[in-house]
Design a protein around this ligand. Structure first.
Ligand SMILES: NC(=O)c1ccc[n+]([C@@H]2O[C@H](COP(=O)([O-])OP(=O)(O)OC[C@H]3O[C@@H](n4cnc5c(N)ncnc54)[C@H](OP(=O)(O)O)[C@@H]3O)[C@@H](O)[C@H]2O)c1
Length: 238
């Protein structure tokens, strides 16, 4: 069973997948930027033994400290780059400076973490990098150009990593979620959610715990690399 580092572990989707990964026998190290007390209470409530560290992943020094801690904890086999922020702004109002801030969280946090995780994975001859993207990268809605761009960058990054480490037992993939019943979904106005639901053939939002099984699939799939897995109720099809 694997040892997984999940970023953005205080968020809604992470809280849906952590119990599934625990049930499947994986152990976890968790990072949160601001919700460690809440996350600790959640783990206690679910009788899950996992260590938590607080880190702002836009800060290089904090990510270096995070990976020093990871090594002290015995290292990881799997990195799930889940931390992310949503952003709504019409393209004509989205200046480069604001876009850069969005990329700092949604894209560069993954680069900071993956670049620090990969040397040990290469040395071990095994590793999994799993980036979290969104259906919005493929089917944007109004005001999502920045979010879509930052998530698209993550997908290209996973494909590039996959090539660089293919001969070292490491895979790199992306899971592009559709609208899941958790986390940032609840930031979307209710009327818009109802409209979005009409575009999902399944007729409902996804159960976020399913992502735990998708992560487990990728952990156990050495021949699946450089791919984007779409989990979106049929809302978008490649
Ligand atoms: N919910 C959906 O329907 C949906 C659909 C597609 C994709 N996604 C993606 O799924 C991932 C999780 O989303 P969610 O719905 O669970 O959202 P969420 O509840 O808002 O959680 C986002 C997490 O990212 C963390 N984060 C934000 N900025 C950070 C920073 N600078 N440094 C470190 N951590 C930071 C947050 O940290 P703290 O709260 O600890 O401060 C939080 O734990 C995101 O990448 C999102 O884009 C979600």
């Amino acid at each position: 069973m694997s040892r997984i580092l999940i970023t953005g572990a205080g968020g809604g989707i992470a809280k849906a997948i952590i119990p599934v990964l625990h049930e499947l026998g994986h152990s976890m190290l968790l990072t949160t930027r601001s919700r460690s007390a809440e996350l600790k209470a959640f783990l206690d409530e679910h009788h899950i033994d996992a260590s938590i560290i607080t880190a702002d992943l836009t800060n290089e020094a904090e990510v270096i400290a995070l990976f020093t801690w990871v090594e002290q904890q015995g290292g990881i086999d799997v990195l799930v780059n889940n931390a992310g922020v949503a952003h709504a702004a019409a393209a004509w109002k989205l200046e480069a400076e604001e876009m850069e801030k969005l990329f700092q969280v949604n894209f560069f946090s993954a680069v900071r973490c993956a670049s620090k995780a990969l040397p040990a994975m290469r040395a071990n001859g095994f590793g999994r990098i799993i980036n979290i993207s969104s259906v919005v990268a493929h089917k944007p809605s109004f005001g999502t150009s920045g979010y879509a761009a930052s998530k698209s960058a993550l997908e290209g990054y996973a494909r590039g990593i996959a090539i660089d480490v293919a001969n070292k037992g490491i895979t790199a993939n992306t899971i592009a979620y559709g609208y899941m019943e958790a986390g940032m979904l609840y930031d979307v106005p209710e009327a818009m959610l109802e409209q979005i639901k009409t575009t999902i053939p399944k007729g409902r939002f996804g159960d976020a715990s399913q992502i735990g099984h998708t992560i487990d699939y990728l952990i156990n799939s050495p021949f699946t690399t450089g791919q984007t897995l779409h989990v979106n109720g049929g809302q978008w099809m490649p």
